[in-house]
Design a protein around this ligand. Structure first.
Ligand code: DUC
Ligand code: ZN
Ligand code: ZN
Length: 487
């Protein structure tokens, strides 16, 4: 057989195996995995390199209006290009409903935004903020059948949050139609009460954002979401987990046999609440919800990988520039409550985890692949087309140089944010060549695919349940006193 492209001499790593072999690619798919594969067309020598499935970045906000109505700084061109440079070959951003909008029309709008701009393949999660009879009875079931098989609901943010009875209603639709719900779990009343008291006392600087999002707000809401899902008997995925206590809450539910998945993000491994405490408004660059926490929580997130609490690691890339279009849309000295929420991270998600996780022996290479690619593909109905290296899968591959050292600075990135919260970090390991459906998308620091060449991915209802890998004890930190850490 002749191939369009052969990658030879590299070490292939999947979520389960590590082995030396060549990959033959034909018509955008992996056609053969073997030795001495010949090719009269393009050939890539991957000797000394790691050949991984391209990343599946399944939590990112691209060309999306926030709950406050602020447009993200990245559109489908800059967002998908930045993702590709970071080793990703699939993105799953949100098609976000705001109150009063038809879900069907929202989806149409996001198709228009993505179609002529995305350079890699994409699907959409829905955000449900207005579960009317029409949405619950008709639009959502029909959209799930059409391949929009995951959606996010919020327990906080005044304009997005659903009441518990509304959460139960959307979870019922998920159960009946084979969709999976992602939950932003923070208690809105706790955050509002603390914010009002802080602002009332004149504490308006960005650092008070972290104080207003108390740990208890997250663990209470995580537990509530789990109990609501338990009542309806449908799986949920708790996104952007930031605290030791919330992780323990999820782990206990998993130990009880409940179908609860967990996600954490770079900002909870590599940033801290103290990063927000800077002169002037600089700290706004680190404000996201939930906020970065402290070292004990960071360690708990790492433990959550090793004990299997977290199945997925995504960036929650929420790109806002440090100006009046983004972070400071409410003015140069706006109180923390009015700052645009979110940090960028779509391009650094995988290099950071590779360097600090694989490089420092905290996770294995196979776990790295599972956390950044395979598990998301399984949970969100894209596997085995995406998320693995197997004959018949799309040829979505990232070739990593495990030894390349890179000093992180915003100038090397490709998003439209203007800064990175990870400025100055040094990472070892970098995705050098990225192949999307057999097309060389990134090579030698250059983009080689056209805007609009990414395909929309229809998904089938249903998900693959990934069990926690082992029954290691929770290993909670006896030093941690959750109650004392509220403020
Ligand atoms: N939190 C979210 O829930 N979404 C986007 C950004 C953020 O910080
Ligand atoms: Zn969220
Ligand atoms: Zn998010």
């Amino acid at each position: 057989m002749d191939f369009d492209l052969v990658i030879s001499g590299g070490t292939i790593v999947t979520a389960s195996d590590t082995y030396a072999a060549d990959i033959g690619i034909l018509d955008g798919q992996i056609a053969a995995i073997g030795t001495n594969l010949a090719c009269s067309n393009r050939h890539i020598d991957a000797a000394g390199k790691l050949v991984l499935p391209g990343g599946v970045e399944a939590h990112c906000h691209i060309e999306q209006e926030s709950g406050m109505g602020i447009m993200a700084a990245d559109d489908y061109a800059s967002g998908s290009i930045s993702a590709a440079f970071g080793g990703n070959t699939t993105i799953v951003p949100f098609a976000a409903q705001h109150r009063g909008q038809s879900l069907r029309e929202v989806v149409q709008t996001y198709h228009e935004r993505a179609k002529s701009k995305a350079v890699i393949d994409y699907a959409f999660h829905l955000i449900i903020s207005d579960p009317t009879e029409q949405v619950l009875g008709q639009e959502l079931p029909a959209l799930i059948r059409d391949g929009y098989t995951s959606f996010k609901v919020f327990l906080t943010y005044p304009l997005l949050k659903l009441e518990d009875h509304e959460i139960l209603s959307v979870l019922s639709v998920a159960r009946e139609n084979g969709a999976i719900a992602m939950v932003h779990a923070e208690n809105d009343d706790i955050i509002r009460w603390l914010s009002d008291r802080l602002i009332g006392g004149g504490h308006v600087a960005p650092k008070y954002h972290a104080m207003s999002h108390a740990r208890i707000a997250e663990s209470e809401a995580s537990n509530r979401a789990i109990q609501l899902a338990r009542l309806v008997d449908t799986p949920i995925l708790i996104v952007h987990v930031s605290t030791e206590e919330a992780a323990a809450t999820i782990r206990r539910a998993q130990d009880d046999g409940l179908k609860v998945f967990g996600e954490t993000c770079p900002q909870y491994l590599f940033l801290k609440a103290e990063d927000i405490d800077q002169d002037g408004m600089e700290g706004a660059k680190f404000c996201c919800s939930p906020p970065p926490r402290d070292e004990a929580d960071q360690e708990a997130m790492w433990r959550g990988f090793s004990n299997g609490t977290f199945q997925v690691f995504h960036s929650d890339h929420a790109p806002y520039r440090f100006d009046e279009t983004g972070k400071l849309h409410a003015g140069p000295n706006a109180p923390f409550k009015k700052l645009a929420n979110g940090v960028p991270g779509i391009e650094l998600r995988m290099p950071l985890l590779f360097s600090e996780g694989v490089g420092k022996g905290r996770i294995s290479l196979n776990e790295f692949v599972a956390l950044t690619s395979t598990n998301a593909a399984k949970i969100y109905g894209l596997h085995p087309r995406k998320g693995t290296i197997a004959v018949g899968s799309d040829a979505d591959i990232a070739i990593w140089d495990p030894d390349r050292k890179v000093q992180v600075t915003y100038d090397i990135l490709h998003d439209n944010v203007g800064y990175t919260p990870y400025e100055g970090m040094e990472v070892t390991g970098w995705p050098e060549t990225v192949i999307s459906r057999g097309r060389i998308a990134i090579e030698k620091g250059e983009l080689h695919v056209q805007r609009g060449s990414g395909n929309f991915l229809e998904r089938s209802p249903g998900y693959e349940f990934i069990r926690p890998r082992n029954n290691l004890p929770l290993e909670t930190n006896p030093e941690t006193n959750f109650g004392a850490k509220i403020l």
